[in-house]
Write a protein that binds this ligand. Structure first.
Ligand code: SF4
Ligand code: SF4
Length: 60
């Protein structure tokens, strides 16, 4: 399980990128952030910091 960013909600503030302890989040070409599921440890920090609640756990 990892966390996933809803790109339709993301406003590209990059707060999550700075907050992730695993550096699993990077900015895509459109400025919105994406999570690398191979690095994410599902700590939830990014989800709690996102101002528009664009990040949620992805059930697998
Ligand atoms: S859940 Fe934690 S490890 Fe995964 S992307 Fe968010 S801050 Fe990074
Ligand atoms: S904190 Fe939320 S709105 Fe900001 S870049 Fe990350 S996913 Fe997008």
């Amino acid at each position: 399980m990892s966390y996933k960013i809803d790109s339709s909600k993301c406003i590209g503030c990059h707060s999550c990128m700075a907050a992730c302890p695993m550096m699993a989040i990077s900015a895509a070409q459109d400025g919105k952030c994406v999570i690398d599921p191979t690095k994410c440890v599902s700590c939830g920090t990014c989800a709690s910091i996102c101002p528009v609640s664009a990040i949620e756990p992805e059930q697998k």
